[in-house]
Ligand binder design. Sequence first.
Ligand code: HSE
Length: 430
Amino acid sequence: MMRTRPLKVALLGCGVVGSEVARIMTTHADDLAARVGAPVELAGVAVRRPDKVREGIDPALITTDATALVKRGDLDIVVEVIGGIEPARTLITTAFEHGASVVSANKALLAQDGAALHAAAEEHGKDLYYEAAVAGAIPLIRPLRESLAGDKVNRVLGIVNGTTNFILDKMDSTGAGYQEALDEATALGYAEADPTADVEGFDAAAKAAILAGIAFHTRVRLDDVHREGMTEVTAADFASAREMGCTIKLLAICERAEDGASVTARVHPAMIPLSHPLASVRGAYNAVFVESDASGQLMFYGPGAGGSPTASAVLGDLVAVGRNRLGGTTGPGESAYAALPVSPMGEVVTRYHISLDVADKPGVLAQVATVFAEHGVSIDTVRQQGKDGEASLVVVTHRASDAALGGTVEALRKLDTVRGVASIMRVEGE
Ligand code: HSE
């Protein structure tokens, strides 16, 4: 039966995502009411620029005083789509203190302060939902938190940044260099004027922290995530990848160690076989590949950014939280009971593709192979191409620790016959 008192919703932020949330709340009001069990009313919208025309939103709802809005005391749900750490963090905790549950799309805040925000929600008996914080419209948080709650997730391997996937896909399909592909991404509106957060992997690292925390029931903070950007990937790297039957993606990788006693989370460019489902994720799309004991392999795919897709995830949370409010209950909170240690990058074990420029003379290959052997790194394949007394040597290793590989490369750089280390790329997804 429909309850007549509406659920009051405040919107913090009315930009690309917030304006879509408001639009869909209005255009789908009847469906949302039927699904929640009560009308869902937009009770206020906090913005920075009150003079901007906001189609479909009653100007009387607009305010620049977000603090006063969340302190009203009659709100059921606060939707935070401002982004960044402050004032979002204070507004969310104030909303809990004043009786509201929160739906947020704020990956940076959740990756940094998720534990404290969950604690605040629990203290006040409220919900904190954030499906939109990772990979836009793709249902990922709820499947990991609820659908896979009875399984044991061992690995999450994802393309969680659309801008970088667009750039890498362009480099792969056209042979373009990084700068040329970035320029096109900027012209088409995928990359921001300052693309640092995307291309240096900060955005993906925040998402990796959130995914790892939920997947492994362990607190993983942004600082725990090893991060490397993709600005140094070259057209030559793509050519090498092709020769190995691979492509290159910027991956967020969250793994349980083989002995199950620790976890790791990292973001870096990596070669993956063309046969891997993630290799076929093109353009600005996102996809996340999950491996777990009972389910085996699952893949989640879709648009990872943009106003409308991100609003879809926000509204899904709004309906879920609304139902919880009406039922006088809350959904699942933080699950960090496993409290596994997060190991440093040196303990990650994977395969490597290393390109070296070397002198082409007797004994060089033996010298290089000896360095690998001395560091306990087993070579899988070696390919050499010589030209005018110099050669390019491509070594692909068996699985080795990042620390062992690092030591190998350091020693290789000291050899007189090694002119330079042209590139080092991890090989994943095999
Ligand atoms: N800038 C991100 C991307 C979207 O390109 O995927 C927001 O996380």
